[in-house]
Every structure is written in structure tokens, then in C-alpha cells.
Design a protein around this ligand. Structure first.
Ligand code: GUN
Length: 309
């Protein structure tokens, strides 16, 4: 993409946000990934491989995992979707992860979240080989990221940084307000923004007077999963608004019920105030998947001696 497409003229009055096309950015990345993998295969190397473990049958998780596995295959990355029943014990899950740890042909491992209540996600994150932990959830990798020397960068935050960089949204010195403190999005994103010299505020369910904080944001990221949380009155004119929320709702169209994905942001209303905005669908979601593929390539390079560990 020509980055100038997304550029805001300095000093101009906001006249409706630039819509960040995450789908197009992701397609560009996937094209390059497929070329890289193709080159490795031509050199006689084995293909990179990602294993995704799903416990139980939460329909949204099944959809996300199928997207990840399909995206891998389209780029030449070997991928398997391992389904374990919701009744699997923590010990059995960790044994399955350990088998993948010991498989020399597996480069990346993710255990799809959320997990059933009887399984402690922290125990599972300790069990994944840190060199295969493409979700960046192992404490060693999370610590490296917190120190500013990451081995892997969590997929959604990496996707958000890529989008903001491509659209030339200034980060250094910006006030970034992140709503949500999850280990997979809010916390790593806040740490990465800090490494990029932003001033960071993290908000969550107990934050008092959220609108006063969000109105101070140059970059506002909502990662909550509550449709309609962010209205135009909560956004500073010209701010970049990144919507990480994904909620499936049922709508009636032509007398028929249909499922639709919506974000946390009232898109049409906020669009007229913001400087940049990501849509749902077609914003952060496709970038998260593309970054998972890139992290798998990074793991492969490290494991194959093509990059330093
Ligand atoms: N559930 C929703 N998003 C993610 C993700 O990026 N990684 C994992 N492991 N689980 C998720």
C-alpha cells in the first residue's frame, strides 16, 4: 500500500476518519510470507509448522482457529488443529503441549483461549517451549517483551503497531489510552507503546470516569468486547481509534436473522470525529492472523539457525 494514502495533512481539520484497511494490509503481508516460504521450499528446506490446540467447542474459538489454520495453509505453512474435549484434564493438556514441544518439525504452538474453568491458563503458558511460544504468553517471553527486548511480539499488538506505522500515525510522545488489561492484548500493547516512547494509560472495568481519560487519547484502543462502549463523545477530534472488540450479534435483515460481527466502537458516529479508525470486521482481526504467521516464521528462523535467538 502507498503509505501516503493513509497520511493526514498536517494542520488540516479532521473531516472524517481515514479507515484503516486491515484486510488489505494483511493480504500484503500474507503475500510476502508465501513468497518467503516458497523460497525456503525451493532451497530444499522443510516448511514451517504451527500447531493450534483447542479445548472444548466454543463456536467463536472454532471459527478463529479455522481462520488461523486456513491462513497458514494458504501461505505454505504446515498447520494442524488439535481438538481436545472440554473434559480434558490440565495434566492431559500439558502432556499434549509437551509432545508438540518435543516434535522437531513443529515451530509454533498456541493454545486457544479461553480455556475451561478447571484449567489454569498460567500453568499452560509455563508448559509451552518458550522458543515455540508464538502467542508470547510464556513468562520468559512476556518478561523479554516487558524489558523492551522481545523474542516474540504478541500477535494483536504487533498487528496494531504495523497498522499505525503503515498509516503513519505518530506514536512517539503520543498519549495512548488502552481499554482492557488482558495478557494477550491490553498489557503487551501498553508495554510495546511504552517502548516506542508513548505515554500510556491502561483502563479497565474498575476505572473511574472513563470518558475523561479516553478524551485525552491521541491513540485510543478498545479491547473489551462490549458493543457500543465507545461513542463520539469519548473521542478527541483527530485521534486514532483502534477497535479490538469482536462480538457476534444477531440482526434481522429482510425478516431473517443473521449473525454479524461488531466491535466496541460506534463506527459511523466515531468515524466523523476521529482521524483514523479501524473497522470491524476487516480491521485488527486479519492483522492478528497475519502476525501469527509472521511469528511462526520468526520461530522457524530461530530454530533453523536463520536468525539469532
Ligand atoms: N483467543 C482470542 N484471541 C487469541 C489469541 O490471539 N491467542 C490465543 N491463544 N487465544 C486467543
Amino acid at each position: 500500500m502507498d503509505p501516503a494514502v493513509g497520511e493526514k495533512e498536517e494542520g488540516s481539520q479532521p473531516q472524517g476518519a481515514v479507515v484503516i484497511d486491515g484486510k488489505a494490509l494483511a493480504q500484503g503481508l500474507r503475500h510476502k510470507i508465501a513468497q518467503t516460504v516458497g523460497e525456503w521450499i525451493r532451497q530444499g528446506r522443510r516448511p514451517p509448522a504451527l500447531s493450534v490446540v483447542q479445548v472444548g467447542e466454543i463456536p467463536a474459538s472454532t471459527t478463529y482457529v479455522s481462520h488461523k489454520v486456513r491462513a497458514c495453509r494458504e501461505c505454505g505453512i504446515r498447520s494442524e488443529h488439535i481438538r481436545l474435549p472440554a473434559t480434558v484434564s490440565q495434566q492431559e493438556l500439558i502432556a499434549a503441549v509437551d509432545q508438540l514441544n518435543r516434535d522437531p518439525e513443529v515451530d509454533g504452538i498456541i493454545v486457544q483461549l479461553p480455556l475451561p474453568d478447571h484449567i489454569d491458563p498460567h500453568a499452560v503458558s509455563w508448559a509451552i517451549d518458550p522458543e515455540k511460544d508464538v502467542d508470547c504468553l510464556h513468562p520468559e517471553n512476556f518478561g523479554l517483551l516487558a524489558k523492551g527486548t522481545p523474542r516474540f511480539v504478541s500477535c494483536t499488538p504487533r498487528g496494531i503497531l504495523h497498522a499505525l506505522t503503515e498509516y503513519r500515525v505518530p506514536i512517539e510522545g503520543a498519549h495512548v489510552v488502552v481499554i482492557g488489561r488482558s495478557l494477550i492484548v491490553g498489557r503487551p500493547l501498553a508495554l510495546l507503546m511504552l517502548s516506542r516512547s508513548a505515554t500510556v494509560t491502561i483502563c479497565h472495568s474498575r476505572t473511574r470516569d472513563l470518558p475523561t481519560l479516553t478524551r485525552q487519547a491521541d491513540i485510543l484502543v478498545s479491547a473489551v468486547g462490549r458493543p457500543g462502549l465507545i461513542g463520539p463523545e469519548m473521542v478527541r477530534p483527530g485521534a486514532a481509534v483502534v477497535d479490538v472488540g469482536i462480538t457476534q450479534i444477531e440482526v434481522e435483515e429482510g425478516g431473517r436473522k443473521r449473525k454479524r460481527l461488531v466491535g466496541d466502537v460506534k463506527f459511523e458516529e466515531v468515524r466523523s470525529v476521529a482521524g483514523w479508525i479501524t473497522p470491524v470486521p476487516g480491521g485488527v482481526g486479519p492483522l492478528t492472523v497475519a502476525m501469527l504467521l509472521l511469528n511462526t516464521l520468526d520461530a522457524y528462523r530461530m530454530r533453523e539457525g536463520l536468525a539469532k535467538k
